[in-house]
Structures are given as C-alpha cells and as structure tokens.
Design a protein around this ligand. Structure first.
Ligand code: ATP
Ligand code: MG
Length: 293
C-alpha cells in the first residue's frame, strides 16, 4: 500500500510547484492554554515572508515549531511540511537531515546558537562536515569562505571563541552557522534586535544579500514593520497567537484591514517622521494618523 501511494505521489509531484514550507493549522499549547491558534502559511522557494506582531504574540514559538524545536512542555498540532516532510510529531532521526540543511535558523540573541566553549571555526565546520561531507583542507577552506561571506575576513576569527567577538560579529558568525549547510530556507527570528542601530543595518544588508545570492526562501520575524517591509514581500500579522491579517507589504501599509495592523503602520509612520526630521528632511510623513483606522 505504501508502494502504491508512493507511486501516486510521484506521478502527482511534477504537476505542482515545489513547496519549501507549508504550515497548515499549526497550533501550540501548554497543558492548559493555547498560545498559537491554527496558523497557516506557505513559503515558496526564493520567497520572502515576514511574521510580525507584538511581544508575546507567538512569533518565536511558531518559528521554533517549524523544525520541531519547541520546549518539551509545549505541544504542537496541525501540520508543518518542510520540503514535503512532516515535522510535527516527527522523530529526531527524521528531523536531523532537515535542521540546518533544509532550514537554517538565526535567533535574536547570537549566544543562543553558539557554543561558548568551541572556537567559531569549529562550530561552522560541524554542519559542513555532517551535511555536506566536507573534510580536511576542503572543510577548512569552506569555513574561511563562510566567514568571509559574512565579512569576517581575517583567519583569526575562525580561531576566536564567541566571547572574544563583539555582538555584531557574533551575529555574523551565527548567520554563517545557519547558512553553513546551504539551507533552502532561512528562518530569522528578530536577528538584529539585540544589536545597536548601525550594526543592525549592516547585518540586515548582509542577510538581504546572502538570501538573494543563494535564492533562499526567508521567514523573517520581527516586531518592527519598517524592518519587515525592507526584508520581505509578504507579511503575516500575528496577535495573541492568531494571524489577524496577511498580505503584501504594500497592501498592509496602504490599506491595513485589521485595527492592529493599522496601529503597527501608524507607529512605523511616527518613527519614520521622527527619523525624517532628524535627517533634516521635513515634509513627508507628518501625518501619523494617515491610514491608521
Ligand atoms: N515554555 C513556555 N511555557 C509556557 N508559555 C510559554 C513558553 N514559551 C513561551 N510562552 C508564551 O507563549 C506566548 C508566545 O511567546 P513567543 O515567545 O512566541 O512570543 P514572541 O511573539 O516571540 O514575543 P517577542 O517579540 O517578545 O519575542 C507568550 O505569551 C509566552 O509567554
Ligand atoms: Mg520572540
């Protein structure tokens, strides 16, 4: 029977476009409370999708559930197909080839991803060895190339321990680590929130470039509409675990349908106006209320 369904699946596959990520009715709950409610969305290869919402709206839990990384006291239900493989309820054996190799993750705080006791070059080498089968001189060259790609060009960076680097440098290493096994999807959960504004802009530009160069799909998580609109084409708005609105960045900014989205847009405009003022460019965006309701 499984042979028959495999045959059927193979004959259907070429007709439908390949899907990198399909999330259907994903819910996340503790024993007593639901934290994420039946969230559904897709990311096609090369597509950039944003997930925006206030603190506590469920962005990180949703991101973690995609590769089944939720803390053990939380349970996910529904379906997450990553390159066609179900991750909800999957065994560690089934998840291993997906984590890093199909989906790489960059977290808000780089130290979450980095081992404090291991030199960064060795950390980046690990997924390259495991998923790409690189060894010896080829592996060493690939590590240095990965660090160069995130603008850490000197070989001394490979020998550094995480605590010997600045916050921005650590986040660059975390990006290199997330990309080491050449994933098709990058999940970036507030990757620049912990950095100061200048470094934030540099790291965003770097992510933008690498995602474009490699044609990766991107799920970009943030509470900041300006940042999400810069990095993505389509956005889901999450509020208290519910997707309250979904659309292109342009449609959300110009005609937000949900009051919560309108509030996000209004806040972004106020900030924009303030920045314009600071840059000595009066005139645009003084009307914070524009489109706010
Ligand atoms: N291990 C846990 N046990 C119980 N509740 C949790 C757990 N982890 C998170 N939560 C709750 O789930 C909700 C969603 O949390 P989540 O971390 O996904 O929010 P977020 O949107 O990423 O917020 P932020 O912008 O602050 O990062 C919050 O109310 C949070 O308190
Ligand atoms: Mg979060």
């Amino acid at each position: 029977m499984s042979a028959a369904s495999e045959t059927a699946a193979t004959s259907v596959a070429p007709a439908s476009p390949p899907e990198l990520l399909r999330v259907t009715d994903l819910s996340i709950a503790t024993g007593t409370a639901r934290l994420v409610n039946e969230v559904s969305f897709t990311v096609a290869p090369g597509e950039r999708v944003g997930l925006i919402g206030e603190s506590g709206s469920g962005k990180s839990l949703t991101s973690l559930a995609l590769t089944s990384l939720l803390p053990s006291m939380l349970t996910a239900s529904g379906s997450v197909l990553l390159n066609g493989v179900e991750t909800v309820g999957a065994s560690e054996t089934a998840l291993k080839p997906l984590r890093g190799a199909v989906a790489g993750i960059v977290f808000q705080e780089p130290l979450t991803a980095l081992d404090p006791l291991m030199r960064v070059g060795k950390q980046i080498a690990e997924p390259m060895r495991r998923h790409l089968g690189l060894r010896g001189a080829a592996l060493q060259a690939a590590v240095l190339k990965a660090l160069t790609e995130v603008s850490l060009t000197e070989p001394r960076y490979a020998r550094a321990f995480p605590h010997e680097l600045s916050g921005g440098q650590r986040q660059r290493v975390a990006i290199a680590l997330a990309l080491a096994a050449r994933p098709q999807l990058l999940i970036a959960d507030e990757p620049t929130t912990a950095l100061d504004v200048t470094v934030q802009a540099e790291v965003l530009a770097l992510l933008d470039r690498l995602v474009a160069e490699r044609g990766m799909g991107l799920l970009f998580v943030s509470h900041d509409l300006a940042v999400v609109s810069r990095m993505t084409d389509r956005v889901l708005v999450l509020q208290r675990g519910d997707v309250v609105e979904e659309g292109t960045v342009a449609s959300l900014v110009h005609s937000p349908a949900h009051p919560y989205t309108a509030q996000l847009v209004a806040h972004a405009r106020v900030l924009d106006a303030a920045l314009d003022g600071a840059a000595g460019e009066p005139g645009s965006g003084t009307s914070a209320e524009d489109g706010a309701q």
